[in-house]
Design a protein around this ligand. Structure first.
Ligand SMILES: Nc1ncnc2c1ncn2[C@@H]1O[C@H](COP(=O)(O)OP(=O)(O)O)[C@@H](O)[C@H]1O
Ligand SMILES: O=C(CO)[C@@H](O)[C@H](O)COP(=O)(O)O
Length: 485
């Protein structure tokens, strides 16, 4: 059977899985780290991608690949294909004021109707507005606006600045997909098309989709939106280890996670990476004028209502570091405390927050008494705080019309046994933990196999744990007192 590669260029690292497209078995994996920060040179993603592919044993025996990536990141290119400033990532909150300006100009209801989402600082539209207003000399040099997965796929197909790439700066070759386009704030999931007027209003210069006959040098290029099963070209020979390798459309990381898990009606995914996300596949586009749920498109032709927090796994690593313990010791400490952490509550808005939309907030501990101020309560309160924010997101996703019969817990922090146990206490819905794996990269591998064979593969999902439901409403009740929701 043919081998396919799936890539997840996520916030903290690049991960590669090489999968047997016939059985779905993962044969090899690779990984490389990304630098910290909310403003990052895309060159680090490129280096990490090449390193992770090497770590996975290379591409010599691979027939197709696809790249999923962190959503929303703004990659600005000039007419020579050079990145003109560091990318502003999804978790960079400087453009909160630009989001407010766009809402003031159009109204939240109109923006939801046109783009599926009320803009918050994470969305690309607010980032280009911020550059327009704060860095006009950079804005004037921009010839194309891409997302992380679009840019990496373009580079792998051989395009880029003339001195760094074999095929040079052909901006017309930029390709994205509907799931990632739907996180820009200027693409309409309902109409399946860019809202070019909205882009122009955000950035102040007109744009056009790559591949259009209307493109001329005066218009900003936006990547062509390819279908989920598209074959968008091949990996350039310089990076292909002698193989002919199809490049699939790629996807936003959450949509790829849904593909990798093979989500069905009744499934809701909770991902605990740098971001915390709650999402499900939905048959129709979702419009939430409150902005809690973003109405993205998925990577299979349907929709992906999603609630996203800025703070998730890093809450645990920060508190574990404060307590000077490993993740295993942190889990033991948390499991030694009672549900509700004896009244100790961590509202974990360390990096500001997106859901609720409090970009300038900071984290706080509450409810501390002399007797409750223990290491065990501190560890448990960190997990409870992380999951309570996502429980609020789950309520909103359900209110948007999704049925939640089971929750699939993925992402780095889902492997922590205390997180699994506390999840069974916080969410009033059964929790399932899939076997350890990189499900976003696996979803990209699904796309690669789809582009190769013309049929979407159905690989079985292996499960690891199903913690017994042990719902303790007190955890959310006391969190609600302090969280401002
Ligand atoms: N056992 C664990 N307990 C808690 N957090 C963990 C554990 N293992 C990994 N993590 C955290 O998971 C995060 C990485 O998860 P990942 O889903 O790869 O993130 P991202 O997709 O944002 O790059 C890191 O912040 C790491 O500290
Ligand atoms: O902003 C979003 C989705 O809207 C985030 O989900 C990013 O896509 C980053 O994901 P991780 O790298 O944290 O998994």
């Amino acid at each position: 059977m043919a081998l396919v590669a799936g890539i997840d260029s996520s916030t903290q690292s690049c991960k590669v899985v090489i999968v047997d497209s016939g059985t779905g078995a993962t044969l090899r994996t690779g990984r490389a780290s990304h630098p910290d920060g909310t403003e990052v040179s895309p060159s680090f993603w490129w280096t990490a991608l090449l390193e992770a592919l090497h770590d996975a044993g290379g591409l010599a025996d691979v027939s197709s690949l696809a790249i999923a990536g962190q959503q929303h990141g703004m990659v600005l290119l000039d007419s020579e294909g050079r990145v003109v400033r560091d990318a502003l990532l999804w978790n960079d909150t400087r453009s909160a004021v630009s989001a407010e300006a766009l809402i003031a100009e159009f109204g939240a209801a109109a923006l939801v109707e046109r783009s599926g989402s009320v803009p918050v600082a994470s969305l690309t539209s607010t980032k280009v507005r911020w550059v327009r207003d704060n860095e006009p000399e950079i804005a004037a040099r921009v010839a194309a606006v891409a997302l992380p997965h679009d840019w990496l796929s373009w580079r792998l197909r051989g395009y880029g600045p003339a001195d760094e790439s074999p095929l040079g700066p052909d901006l017309d070759q930029l390709v994205t997909d509907r799931s990632d386009a739907s996180g820009t704030g200027y693409w309409s999931p309902a109409r399946e098309a860019y809202d070019l007027d909205l882009f122009e209003a955000a950035f102040g210069r007109p744009a056009c989709e790559a591949g259009s006959s209307e493109l001329d040098g005066s218009l900003i290029v936006l990547p062509k939106v390819a279908a989920p099963e598209a074959n968008t070209g091949t990996v350039h020979a310089d990076y292909a280890n002698g193989s002919e390798i199809i490049v699939g459309a790629g996807a936003g990381d959450n949509a790829a996670g849904a593909l990798g898990l093979g989500v069905a009606a009744g499934d809701v995914v909770i991902s605990l990476g740098t971001s915390g996300t709650v999402f499900a596949a939905a048959p129709a586009a979702v419009n939430d004028p409150s902005g809690t749920v973003a109405g993205f498109a998925d990577a299979a032709g349907a929709y992906l209502p999603i609630a996203v927090t800025l703070n998730a796994a890093r809450i645990l690593s920060s508190v574990a570091e404060l307590l000077a313990v490993s993740f295993d010791e942190f889990a033991q400490l948390a499991l030694a405390a009672e549900p509700g952490s004896a009244g100790v509550v961590l509202v974990p808005y360390f990096e500001g927050e997106r859901t609720p939309n409090l970009p300038n907030a900071k984290a706080s501990f509450h409810g501390l008494s002399i007797s409750s101020t223990t290491r065990a309560n501190t560890a448990r309160a960190a997990i409870e705080g992380m999951l309570c924010g996502l429980a609020d997101g789950l309520d909103a996703v359900v209110a948007s019309g999704v049925t939640a019969e089971r929750l699939l817990l993925i992402g780095g922090a889902a492997q922590n046994p205390a997180v699994q146990a506390v999840a069974a206490q916080v969410f009033g819905v059964p929790v399932i933990v899939p076997a350890p794996g990189e499900y976003v990269a696996r979803g990209a591998a699904v796309q690669a196999a789809w582009a190769l064979d013309g049929a979407r593969p159905t690989w079985e999902l292996e499960l690891d744990a199903a913690p017994v439901s042990d719902f303790h409403p007190v955890i959310r009740e006391q969190y609600g007192v302090y969280s401002g929701v």
